[in-house]
Ligand binder design. Structure first.
Ligand SMILES: [Fe+2]
Length: 132
């Protein structure tokens, strides 16, 4: 699987959010490389768990940003975040239970979701806040 590239078009214009998105892309790339190489399952499992924690912190910060700016779409956006967090947890549990062959498919899902979310909901949200 090809690693992701954090291109300029993924920036939202909010430094903190963009830095965190870049870190998420980096973490997915570490998992892609770990999977392609021959990292032991414990290593992959550890990185998955770390990514889960980071996703939680990132969503919390992003939701705080929306709250601070009185963003009307906060609840809707929060639900989308929640369903992604659940996916990360589900994929981590599957991996930990020995279904390691699903990792690539699941990483594909997470990658596509993240890039779509950044270029859709996140950029729309920041634009609407900065335009006001
Ligand atoms: Fe978001």
């Amino acid at each position: 699987m090809k690693t992701l590239e954090f291109v300029d078009g993924l920036n939202t214009g909010v430094r903190n959010i963009d830095d965190q998105h870049r870190s998420l892309v980096d973490m997915i790339n570490i998992l892609i490389k770990a999977q392609d190489g021959e990292s032991c399952p414990e290593t992959v499992s550890f990185i998955l768990a770390e990514m889960g924690k980071y996703v939680y912190l990132h969503f919390r910060d992003e939701e705080q940003f929306m709250y601070d700016h009185g963003f009307a779409g906060l609840e809707e956006h929060r639900k989308v975040h929640f369903s992604f967090s659940e996916k990360v947890d589900e994929f981590t549990k599957l991996y930990d239970s020995g279904q390691t062959d699903l990792l690539i498919e699941n990483l594909n899902f997470l990658s596509n979701w993240l890039l779509d979310h950044i270029q859709g909901d996140d950029q729309d949200m920041v634009r609407s806040i900065l335009d006001n």
